[in-house]
Design a binder for this molecule. Structure first.
Ligand code: SAM
Length: 301
């Protein structure tokens, strides 16, 4: 059992992570899972708190659950992304909190109270569940967890039935993949996402022998290659910051995985400049539609 856990990837110099701390962020491939650690098993927890309320309270409650009585919690976050609400959130669990501020972050230190309050409720509210409006498994914290993203909806409206072997890069809970699999001509589909929670939900949602779901960073994906098609709604945020290079890396990976003549179907916000990367990696680029602030592209290798 680890003595200490670290949730998230703080910027260098922000905090001193306890030596040997087990990383437990769902966004780090290979990390541990807080939900699987036993109650009262850890001395120290350090949490870079996620901004969403349900997700944040779930993580803080899990961290308090796994701490031994008297164990130390440091929770912190950018003050404009939920950091200034952390103290209140911890007080609601019965913690006495010492708060300080530096480098645009709030830092909240607490000791696990003898009798924390509300942990089970927060854990239930942030747990995976079937979202009735989607008819799919999802969890607070995964991308667009309780509704179809408008960009994905535009891509779904434009996507023709596909055939052969393909990949869904950044699959989330599997909204695009579920549509792709409706075509009986699809023989195999590899779905990849960096978020362990999304991958776990996608595994429930895409219960189909043609599907493989895996947690991986698309920037470092080396296979499968020779594919007939790729579908994707590439991310353009990393660690809460806009990161256009991330979408460009998705474009390059898609081209690498496709066979010559294979198609990449993607949706992007109109302001995102993927044209140069698409032109460089693909033989033919067709903008199929540009409506509602989104562009739908079919790029052929
Ligand atoms: C815009 S969302 C699309 C999700 C899903 N395809 C949909 O349409 O609802 C982008 C997805 O990419 C994932 N992602 C972000 N960075 C990634 C990376 N480096 N490697 C793999 N997946 C990543 C996110 O977790 C998120 O689920």
């Amino acid at each position: 059992m680890p003595d200490a856990v670290l949730y998230g990837t703080p910027a260098p110099g922000l905090v001193d992570a306890p030596p040997g701390a087990l990383q437990v962020s769902p966004l780090v491939p290979g990390a541990g899972d807080l939900a699987e650690l036993p109650d009262a098993s850890v001395e120290e927890a350090m949490v870079l708190a996620p901004p969403g309320t349900l997700e944040r309270d779930y993580v803080l409650a899990q961290a308090l659950r796994v701490l031994k009585p008297g164990g130390r919690l440091l929770a912190f976050g950018p003050k404009d992304k939920g950091g200034s609400r952390l103290k209140k959130a911890l007080e609601a669990f019965g913690c006495q909190v010492a708060e300080d501020a530096r480098k645009h972050h709030r830092f909240c230190q607490a000791v696990k109270p003898a009798q924390p309050t509300g942990l089970a409720d927060a854990i239930a509210a942030g747990a995976p569940r079937i979202v009735p409006s989607l008819g799919l498994w999802s969890q607070p914290g995964v991308f667009s967890w309780d509704r179809i993203d408008p960009g994905s909806a535009h891509l779904l409206a434009a996507l023709p039935p596909l055939a052969g072997k393909g990949a869904d890069l950044g699959c989330g809970v599997g909204i695009l993949a579920a549509r792709v699999l409706a075509s009986p001509a699809v023989m195999a589909l590899v779905c990849t996402d960096i978020d362990r929670r999304a991958v776990a939900c996608a595994e429930h949602n895409l219960d189909d022998p043609r599907v493989t779901v895996r947690q991986a960073d698309v920037r470092r994906l080396d296979g499968p290659t020779g594919l007939d098609f790729v579908v994707m709604n590439p991310p353009f945020h990393d660690g809460g910051q806009e990161d256009r290079d991330l979408g460009v890396a998705f474009v390059r990976t898609a081209a690498r995985l496709l066979k010559k003549g294979g198609s990449c179907w993607l949706v992007a916000n109109r302001h995102l400049p993927y044209e140069a990367a698409l032109a460089e990696a693909f033989a033919k680029v067709d903008v199929k539609s540009e409506t509602g602030g989104y562009k739908i592209v079919e790029a052929r290798k």
